[in-house]
Ligand binder design. Structure first.
Ligand SMILES: *[C@@H]1O[C@H](CO)[C@@H](O)[C@H](O)[C@H]1NC(C)=O
Ligand SMILES: *[C@@H]1O[C@H](CO)[C@@H](O)[C@H](O)[C@H]1NC(C)=O
Length: 354
């Protein structure tokens, strides 16, 4: 009887343990479901290659930042190209990681670099803000160091750009790993150029401790600078992009300039394989970055640049219309702290491409 009793206790204990285990298990499951409801089905919402899908399933919160990066990339691209014939018009928002442009053009090079850069940026910033469990501040920035001003201690939260770069590499490059063609080599090069550019725009911020203004103790940390600087830099690299061909070497495919007297591209240069279409007329290229043509675009009558009516309208001419616009004007600063403006109405001529 005693042994039967003993057995029953053990059985009960086991039962309790077992049920609490299942409850625990269900609870964790719910918790996971809860955290992914921040962005439900994010992994199904965008078209992904298997490696990306896998990454997405395992790191849904990082994925939210990858998506933020994609959006940052598009708005930065549209800012940089607002006066160009190709104004970075995008098609389907959900196809962000589809083939960016069918053609291996300069625009494709820029699109890849800016996307890779923006993902690096958004993930890195999210790490520093403590939004992700996978990362935080850069643990390598510890102890004392020196700069022009003198000695300082690393303190505060330095951006862990290396982590952001690794996510961008793992995720964006996954599009290309399976393909061993020239276009893949081009994309990988431009992706890396984008990541490296973000890393180059850091700023050091410092704080003084102690009562005197001699700053006896200085602590410093490093942050990524505004993303606009990366955008500006990549736009300049777009203007000076290097045309290349891809050759099969003994072990791997390598990039070569088409003009043999030119220097080979550096790691931060953007490279492209094919000339661009002129973007004057609508093109049916698939992918998100496409050409809508310049018909209907507003142009500048007096400018001799690409935003001028002559170049932007590709010689088709322009229409003139008189419009009345209301804008804020005579803005004054009032103490404290308000800015009050008047509304001015102006009538002006607006020129649009035929
Ligand atoms: C780009 O230009 C097209 C017309 O060609 C216009 O419909 C579209 O709104 C523009 N996009 C941006 C972001 O300015
Ligand atoms: C048009 O171009 C001229 C010359 O480049 C410039 O001074 C002017 O501000 C531009 N106008 C607008 C509305 O952008």
């Amino acid at each position: 009887i005693r042994s039967y009793f003993k057995l029953k206790v053990i059985l009960n204990l086991y039962l309790i343990l077992f049920t609490s285990y299942t409850i625990f298990h269900r609870f964790i499951g719910k918790l996971q479901a809860l955290s992914s409801t921040i962005e439900p089905h994010i992994c199904e919402q965008i078209s992904l290659v298997p490696a990306q899908k896998n990454y997405c399933d395992n790191h849904p919160k990082i994925m939210v930042r990858v998506r933020d990066g994609a959006q940052t990339a598009i708005s930065e691209c549209q800012f940089q190209f607002k006066n160009d014939r190709w104004n970075c018009s995008t098609a389907d928002k959900r196809q962000v990681f589809g083939k960016v442009l069918q053609r291996g053009s300069r625009e494709a090079a820029f699109a890849h670099a800016i996307t890779s850069a923006a993902v690096t940026y958004e993930v890195t910033r999210a790490c520093s803000r403590g939004h992700l469990i996978e990362c935080s501040c850069d643990g390598r920035k510890r102890g004392s160091s020196k700069d022009n001003t003198g000695k300082f201690e690393w303190g505060g939260c330095s951006d862990d750009v290396q982590f952001g770069m690794s996510v961008a590499e793992e995720f964006i490059d996954a599009n290309e790993i399976a393909q061993h063609d020239g276009r893949a080599i081009m994309n990988l090069h431009n992706n890396r150029a984008g990541r490296k550019t973000v890393k180059a725009f850091k700023k050091r911020k410092c704080k003084c401790h102690g009562a005197t203004d001699t700053c006896p103790l200085r602590t410093c940390w490093e942050e990524l600078d505004e993303f606009r600087l990366t955008g500006n830099y990549l736009k300049r690299k777009y203007d000076g992009a290097v045309r290349v061909t891809v050759r099969q070497g003994s072990r791997e495919m390598t990039l070569h300039t088409t003009v043999s007297s030119h220097k080979p591209p550096t790691k931060r240069d953007l490279v492209y394989l094919e000339d661009s279409p002129n973007y004057c007329i609508r093109s049916e290229a698939t992918g998100i970055f496409r050409s809508l043509g310049t018909s209907g675009r507003e142009c500048n009558l007096t400018s001799k640049g690409i935003d001028g009516c002559a170049l932007l309208c590709c010689g088709r001419g322009h229409d003139t219309s008189r419009v009345t616009r209301t804008r804020k004007c005579n803005c004054r600063f009032h103490f404290c702290c308000e800015i009050r403006c008047k509304l001015c109405t102006e009538t002006l001529d607006v020129y649009t491409c035929k």
